[in-house]
Design a protein around this ligand. Structure first.
Ligand code: FES
Length: 119
C-alpha cells in the first residue's frame, strides 16, 4: 500500500462525491464538515457504482423517541436498489452484517493536498 495524492483540499466540494481511479480501480472521496472519507466505488450488494448515489442526512431517534437529523450528509444511497450506508463507517443503515459494508481506505491531508492509501 502507498499514499496517492488525489486532489487539492480546496477543490473537493463539501458533501459531494468525487470519483477517481488508482490503478484502474474506482473510488469515491467525500469531504464532510470534519472528515475526509474514501471508499471503493462499489456497492456491497451487487456492485453498483456508489458515485452515482445520493448523499443525505442520517435520521435516527433519540431517547425520547424524537427524530434526529444529522447536520451533514453522512448517508449514501445506492443508485440501483436504494440501500443506504453510513459513509463514516461504511455500515449499512439497516443491516449490521459485515459483508454489506463499504470498503474504506485511509486518508490524510498534508500541505492542503488529500492523500489516499491504496494498492
Ligand atoms: S447494488 Fe446497491 S443496493 Fe443493490
Amino acid at each position: 500500500m502507498k499514499w496517492y495524492n488525489i486532489i487539492n483540499f480546496d477543490e473537493l466540494e463539501k458533501e459531494e462525491i468525487h470519483r477517481f481511479h488508482i490503478n484502474d480501480k474506482p473510488y469515491c472521496l467525500i469531504r464532510l464538515v470534519d472528515e475526509i472519507l474514501c471508499f471503493m466505488d462499489m456497492c456491497p450488494h451487487q456492485k453498483a457504482e456508489m458515485s452515482y448515489g445520493k448523499l443525505q442526512s442520517l435520521v435516527t431517534t433519540n431517547g425520547d423517541n424524537e427524530l434526529v437529523v444529522s447536520e451533514c450528509k453522512e448517508v449514501i444511497t445506492c443508485p440501483w436498489h436504494g440501500w443506504e450506508f453510513k459513509v463514516r463507517t461504511g455500515e449499512s443503515v439497516f443491516c449490521s452484517k459485515k459483508k454489506y459494508k463499504l470498503i474504506h481506505l485511509p486518508t490524510k491531508v498534508e500541505k492542503n493536498n488529500i492523500f489516499v492509501k491504496a494498492n
